[in-house]
Design a protein around this ligand. Sequence first.
Ligand SMILES: [Zn+2]
Length: 55
Amino acid sequence: MQKKHDVLRDPVCGKKMNPNKAYAKVKVGKDTFYLCCPVCQSEFENDPEKFINKK
Ligand SMILES: [Zn+2]
């Protein structure tokens, strides 16, 4: 049985997307974050906590 995925949000730009269409997945601790493009990926990897802790 396959678990249904919710629509996820890119932590960098805030864009909503289907996880299957994400450009990149980045694991931080137990969580996986999905990035929409190489620009967001490099921004996120540069300072993940900045985006994770953003309220
Ligand atoms: Zn993005």
